[in-house]
Each structure stands twice: as C-alpha cells, then as structure tokens.
Design a protein around this ligand. Structure first.
Ligand code: DC
Length: 218
C-alpha cells in the first residue's frame, strides 16, 4: 500500500509549522519539520565555528551529525545527544540555516534524512521543497504563504512569547532577505509545486487554514 504524504511548503513565517503539526496530529500521521534539520545543522556549524564558505566541511558535519527528533506536543531535537530545542527558533539559527541550505552538497546529504520520515500510516512534511524535490510523488500538496509584513508580525510575536529578544524592523528585513535567498538559490528553490493548492493566509485564521488543508485529505 502507498503510504500517503501531504506536503506543506512556503516561506518563513507563513504558519506552516502550526498548521502541519495540527494536521498531522488530527490525522495521526508522522510530522517532518524539514527546516529544523537545516537549523540543527546550522547550530552544529556555528558551534564548531566552521566558516560558511567551507562547504566541504559543512557537508561533512551534515553527514556525521546525529539527530534525534521527539514530536509529542512540541518538537524537541537533540544534536549529538544534546538538547538544542530552545536554540532552533532564533533568527541567528534561521539565517545560518538559509545560507547553508543553498549548497547543493548539503541538500544532497540531508535528502535521505528527510525521506526516512516517510512511514506508515502517513506523513505531513513541512518545508520549502517537500512537494517539488523531496517528495514529488506526494498525492496532496499545499503552498502556504502570507505577505512579508504579516509573517514578520507573527514571527515577532512568537519570539516574544518564547522570551526571545526581537526587533520587528530587523525581522521584516531578515524575512525579505531570507525569502530572496530561498527563492533565488539554484538548487531546490522555494517555489509552489504545479499540483499544489495555493493558500494565502494573510487574512485567514490558523483554524481556517487548517480546515482548508484538512479538506484536501479524504
Ligand atoms: O522553515 P524554517 O524557517 O525553519 O527554515 C529555515 C531555513 O532552512 C530556510 O530559510 C531555508 C532552509 N530550508 C530549506 O532550504 N529547505 C527546507 N525544506 C526547509 C528549510
């Protein structure tokens, strides 16, 4: 039997994480937060003080790092046995992740780690290239976006709620810069899969988005 996959791609801060987690929970399916894999690698690279230009060394770290995911209510991640969950959402981590995610060598190494999440009874996969590159065979695909202004506002609130220091103007600039980098990279750029349902969540509540996504799944 084919194990079903629902992919949810889109830019940073569009609400993919909240929506994907909730849909996965309702369906009783596994959940892949692919951004957290790139973010975990970014933390390893920052901690080991590897230069962003040293692509071979970054790819090597990607190959050898041990990641453990625990996705109950919230996602918890251990990198080489150490809990890095609280460091995942920071802007520093997100920016570093976006830089190293542009390297084809890194993406190739991380491909299998993402495919490994495809297990019965089903998978909700959240990222930038889930429906286009990692799981092109997925039967249901969503492209979830929102205006940069709205996404920056949401990210700002999220960070504040987590007690992380944040600056709205800087976050807006960073989001626009990250969008450009993710969309313009030569390999697996952020783009809507042709067969995806396009949802602009700028004026929708989380529940409305979840309902639209749930309507896709039989
Ligand atoms: O979704 P996120 O903000 O956690 O992702 C952080 C960065 O990781 C994002 O700016 C680009 C990269 N990324 C990617 O290139 N491909 C994915 N499937 C997921 C994330």
């Amino acid at each position: 039997m084919n194990i079903p996959i629902l992919t949810i791609d889109g830019p940073s801060g569009a609400g993919k994480g909240t929506v994907s987690r909730s849909v996965a929970k309702r369906l009783g399916w596994h959940y892949l937060d692919s951004g957290s894999i790139y973010r975990s690698l970014a933390i390893a690279v920052l901690d080991e003080k590897i230069k962003f230009e040293d692509i071979a060394e970054i790819a090597n770290v990607a190959k050898t790092m041990a990641l453990e995911f625990d996705c109950d209510e919230e996602l918890a991640v251990r990198l080489n046995g150490i809990d890095i969950t609280s460091r995942l959402p920071t802007e520093e981590t997100g920016n570093a992740a976006s830089i190293i995610a542009a390297y084809p060598e890194v993406r190739t190494v991380l491909l299998q780690k993402q495919k490994d999440f495809h297990k019965a009874p089903g998978l909700v996969a959240d990222g930038r290239d889930m429906g286009t590159v990692v799981f092109p065979e997925a039967s249901k695909k969503v492209y979830l976006t929102a205006s940069a202004e709205e996404r920056a506002n949401r990210r700002y609130k999220q960070l504040k709620e987590k007690g992380i220091d944040a600056n709205l103007v800087r976050i807006t600039e960073e989001i626009e810069k990250r969008d450009r980098r993710d969309q313009e990279r030569s390999v697996a750029p952020l783009t809507a899969a042709k067969d995806s349902l396009y949802i602009d969540s700028s004026n929708l509540s989380v529940d409305q988005v979840i309902e639209k996504v749930m309507n896709l799944v039989p």
